[in-house]
Write a new protein. Structure first.
Length: 261
């Protein structure tokens, strides 16, 4: 994580001046922090609080450019990605022990190093998946919103475009929304399959490493939300279908009248 981003999140964790939270939320957002990280730092009860703060500062979280580079977090030289590869700290420790060099750690220290590496691997995977789910959710919500925008545009008396072209734009937006829901569902299901760094779900030694070394190093918690992706996606599809069926009936009345004239 960049120093600028961590400073922004640290300030947010310590906010106390009434009304200042929205400014700090916006500042953290501009450094690239995710809504999940911001909500945790601000001790917000829900992500909606953060979305409302961003909106109050003229920021639409759906407009964040995609393709954010997620650099793996490193602690004590470990990143959980290539620690066991040649040149990595775990690899070097094994070689040192095999060669009988004094630099080799004892079994307890090696166990700590291994746990830290494994915890970082889980942490980095979870952190990246949280960001992907958040991006997919934002795109899903943008697509759903665009369906309403396209429909409302059909009733705009000042519109200079043809009604049929406007209706085609609406139909395509509705189809795109269904696709966006499915893309989000895949991202959410991928996230929910990942292990959480919580006691009772993972080996306690990994949770110890997470709590004793990763969080104290200034890295934000990676808390996995409870999402029933299949149920939520099914509900969104059903709502969209029901809404579209009603709108089709209304559009049919307009087309019927137009055919008579």
């Amino acid at each position: 994580m960049s120093t600028e981003r961590e400073n922004a999140l640290s300030a947010l964790r310590e906010w106390s001046v009434p009304g200042r939270r929205a400014d700090l939320v916006a500042a953290a957002w501009r450094t690239g922090a995710t809504v999940v990280a911001i909500a945790e730092a601000a001790r917000a009860k829900s992500r909606q609080t953060i979305y409302d703060d961003l909106k109050s500062r003229g920021i639409d979280p759906r407009d964040r450019p995609k393709g954010k580079n997620m650099t793996a977090v490193t602690v004590e030289g470990f990143n959980g990605v290539d620690d066991d590869q040649p040149g990595g700290p775990l690899y070097d420790a094994v070689v040192a022990k095999h060669e009988g060099r004094a630099a080799a750690p004892d079994s307890q220290e090696y166990g700590r190093m291994l746990a830290l590496s494994m915890a970082l691997g889980q942490y980095n995977d979870l952190r990246a998946s949280l960001a992907e789910e958040e991006d997919a959710r934002a795109e899903r919500d943008r697509a759903l919103h665009l369906v309403d925008v396209r429909w409302e545009a059909l009733a705009d008396p000042n519109s200079k475009g043809s009604w049929l072209h406007g209706h085609q734009a609406y139909v395509r937006a509705e189809d795109d929304a269904h696709r966006a829901i499915e893309v989000w569902k895949v991202a959410a299901e991928t996230l929910m399959r990942l292990a959480s760094l919580r006691r009772g779900e993972d080996a306690d030694r990994l949770v110890d490493a997470y709590e004793q070394f990763i969080l104290p190093a200034g890295h934000p918690p990676a808390d996995k939300p409870d999402i029933d992706a299949e149920a939520e996606a099914a509900q969104l599809h059903e709502t969209l279908h029901t809404q579209h069926a009603r709108r089709q009936r209304l559009a049919a009345e307009t087309l019927s009248l137009a055919a008579r004239n």
